[in-house]
Ligand binder design. Structure first.
Ligand code: C2E
Ligand code: CA
Ligand code: CA
Ligand code: CA
Length: 278
């Protein structure tokens, strides 16, 4: 288990121990980045396997660093999470995502937007209120904002996290269990927390057309999730063979480079409103 997903986490932890000075610098710079609006959001569509329609866009944060270029979240999120900057960062992402959504809605696209939130956000007592205020400010209809939360965020000492999910759900905000399958504590958690969707981790998806153990796992996740009334999304779909296997297995949605890489949202509008050959 844990080909890529878990390996990443180990790597960040090692970095933090090895380079505390570098890490402090990232925190200081990130604080400035938030003030100077240097972060950007790219969006990746979530595609319905049944008809290839878009069922939503996931916001993925990047940092347009003045000297180091476009940085991926792996290069600054760990520092943000450890320092408490994740709270203003998530608030920034939510606001920008809802602003961008107003843009595509005005152009006639009703796409829901999904925002990734950290365990630390979910455990902060005021978090549902912060989200409620942003949603009220934007007039976001029920079901149009989803929050993606990792399985481990729900699985730990999860009383606050579970309460937050209940509150968010009551506000019409769906909660999605991200990186599903690598935590192993999932079944009982899914029963007690009102989540709307599970996203199967990429480590199970990459070789799905040929890897028998992953096929068995994914089939049972789909059956479990559907039995609980949840939608299932597979992430990291890169080949037509994997997409076809997932459609056959009854998976609802898929995301991955096969359909589109994360990009600024107007490009997605081009891609889907002016498809090649029309
Ligand atoms: P994630 O939520 O699991 O997001 C999926 C990651 O896989 C993204 O990496 C995406 O660019 C990448 N990806 C999508 N399709 C494919 C594919 O077909 N193949 C491969 N190999 N990769 C694919 P990214 O953008 O670097 O984000 C990494 C992680 O950082 C995310 O994983 C998420 O946990 C976190 N993250 C991203 N944006 C935010 C944010 O705004 N807030 C928080 N708290 N976390 C974020
Ligand atoms: Ca995600
Ligand atoms: Ca994910
Ligand atoms: Ca993942």
């Amino acid at each position: 288990q844990g080909k890529r997903g878990t390996a990443d986490i180990v790597l960040y932890d090692r970095d933090q121990v090895a380079h505390p000075a570098h890490w402090l610098m990232v925190q200081t710079e990130l604080r400035h980045a938030l003030e100077r609006d240097e972060l950007v959001l790219h969006y990746q569509p979530k595609v319905r396997l049944a008809d290839d329609g878009i069922s939503g866009l996931e916001a993925l944060v990047r940092w347009q660093h003045p000297s180091r270029g476009l940085l991926s979240p792996a290069e600054f999120l760990p520092a943000a999470e450890q320092s408490g900057l994740i709270e203003p960062l998530t608030a920034w992402v939510l606001r920008r995502a809802l602003d961008d959504q107003a843009g595509w809605t005005a152009l006639g696209q009703q796409w829901p937007v999904a925002v990734n939130v950290s365990a630390r956000n979910l455990e902060a007592p005021g978090f549902p209120r912060v989200v409620a205020a942003l949603v009220a400010e934007h007039g976001t209809p029920s079901g149009r904002l989803l929050l993606e939360v990792t399985e481990t965020a729900l699985a730990g000492d999860a009383a606050t996290a579970a309460d937050a999910v209940v509150e968010l759900t009551a506000l019409g905000i769906g909660v999605s269990v991200d990186d599903f399958g690598i935590g192993f504590t999932s079944l009982s958690q899914l029963r007690s927390v009102p989540v709307a969707e599970v996203k199967i981790d990429r480590s199970f998806v990459t070789d799905l057309d040929t890897d028998a153990p992953n096929q068995a796992i994914v089939r049972s996740v789909i059956a479990l999730a559907h039995g609980l009334g949840l939608r299932v999304t597979a992430e990291g779909v890169e080949t037509p063979a994997v997409s076809a296997w997932l459609a056959e297995a009854g998976c609802d949605d898929a995301q991955g480079y096969l359909f589109a890489r994360p990009t600024a949202w107007p490009h997605l509008l081009d891609l889907y409103l002016n498809p090649r050959g029309s």
